[in-house]
Write a protein that binds this ligand. Structure first.
Ligand code: ATP
Length: 355
């Protein structure tokens, strides 16, 4: 297991892109703890796979260094870095049995056969493939083949880190849930440093102790699931995490009051404003109370999602979402109040000002 340090990493995929300043990774500078379970979360194209491949050694960054436990590994291969990587689509040897596929990384490293048997049997149990150990991989479904890939990533006991690139994409929804909780348990037992790439917030929030949110080639926030939900440091994080995401509205600050359109919203404290920038107010749909008191809203649509309703409304001309319990009546003259403590204030650089 290793502490992973990323020092001023930038990456452009060609000299032409570099000359044009078109970087897939703009500046990544962070240290990830030894034994942590990290998720790299962000929308398609934000640079997650690029960063993962730079950590594994499949890609050499245009600038910057990668260190494992303080040792520079930037120029080393994946093999030399002692990394296991699991990809989105299965990589298996079709002519080998399931058992031999799983044993391959161990036999390749001359692990004694008794130990191979023990480890492979554990992985067979974990991935629900125990009944198929003797079957040739070519006879399996894509879903089963991906479980072999996952198992191969997990089978070695002494890797520096295990990297997963959207590994559950081809797995059916029920098994996805099972494997995710098994991965989490395995992490607790083994304390491998694990990095898990996904664009699915549920996957990231359930798997990881720390979620690394990426946007446009940069890391915008690293935090626990609760921190990202309660204290997003960036409007992008507020909007991307949560379902629906945070409501973001332009506002003007006057002491401990925010003005949105012709309405005044009380804040919990006077924010320390720097300069004259544009201010954005952020409030999660769960912290807006819909009732007969407060400021007027116009309701456009109500979506019933089982135990809750999502109300899509307009507040001072701004579209907002409100989450209400399923049994709550929607009043004829609807009004809203905002929970003071839950209001985020973001400056013109999109950074939170009241962290
Ligand atoms: P996805 O979830 O879709 O895989 P991602 O967040 O993993 O997205 P990357 O695949 O790292 O993002 O891509 C980051 C940027 O780099 C994108 O603009 C992408 O088009 C570009 N890119 C990725 N691979 C290459 C490549 N081999 N050559 C040129 N550009 C690339």
């Amino acid at each position: 297991m290793a502490r992973i340090t990323l020092e001023h990493i930038r990456h452009a995929y060609s000299e032409k892109a570099k000359a044009a300043g078109d970087y897939a990774l703009k500046e990544v500078h962070h240290e990830w703890e030894d034994g942590g379970a990290y998720a790299l979360l962000g929308p398609s194209g934000c640079g997650k796979t690029t960063l993962l491949n730079i950590i594994s050694g499949l890609l050499t960054p245009s600038d910057g260094r990668i260190l494992f436990d303080g040792k520079d590994v930037t120029q080393l291969s994946t093999e030399e870095r002692n990394i296991a990587q699991v990809f989105q689509f299965p990589v298996v040897y079709d002519t080998m049995t399931v058992f031999d596929n799983l044993a391959f990384p161990l036999r390749n490293r001359k692990v004694p056969e008794a130990e191979v048997k023990k480890r492979v049997n554990e992985i067979l149990e974990m991935t629900d493939l125990a009944g198929m150990a003797k079957r040739r991989a070519q006879r399996l479904t894509a879903d089963q083949k991906q479980k072999i890939s996952l198992g191969r990533g997990l089978v070695r006991a002494n890797v520096n880190a295990i990297l997963f690139d959207e590994p559950l994409t081809v797995i059916d929804p029920h098994m996805k849930w099972v494997l995710r909780s098994q991965l989490k348990r395995l992490h607790r037992q083994s304390r491998f440093t694990m990095v898990y790439v996904t664009h699915d917030q549920t996957e990231a929030l359930t798997f990881a102790d720390k979620v690394i949110v990426m946007h446009d080639g940069q890391i915008v926030q690293i935090g626990t699931p609760a921190e990202l939900f309660e204290r997003p440091s960036h409007t992008f994080v507020g909007y991307f995490i949560g379902s629906p995401g945070m409501n973001i509205m332009p506002a003007a600050i006057d002491g401990a009051t925010a003005r949105v359109g012709d309405q005044s919203i009380a804040l919990s404290a006077v924010p320390a404003l720097k300069g004259q920038g544009r201010i954005e107010l952020g409030i999660r749909p769960e912290f807006i109370k819909l009732g007969r008191e407060g400021m007027p809203v116009t309701i456009n649509k109500v979506e019933d999602i089982g135990r809750q309703k999502i109300v899509r409304a307009s507040f001072c001309g701004q579209p907002i979402s409100i989450v209400v319990p399923e049994d709550d009546e929607i009043p004829a003259d609807p009004r809203v109040t905002f929970e003071k403590q839950a209001i985020g204030i973001f400056s013109d650089s999109w950074r939170a000002m009241n962290e």
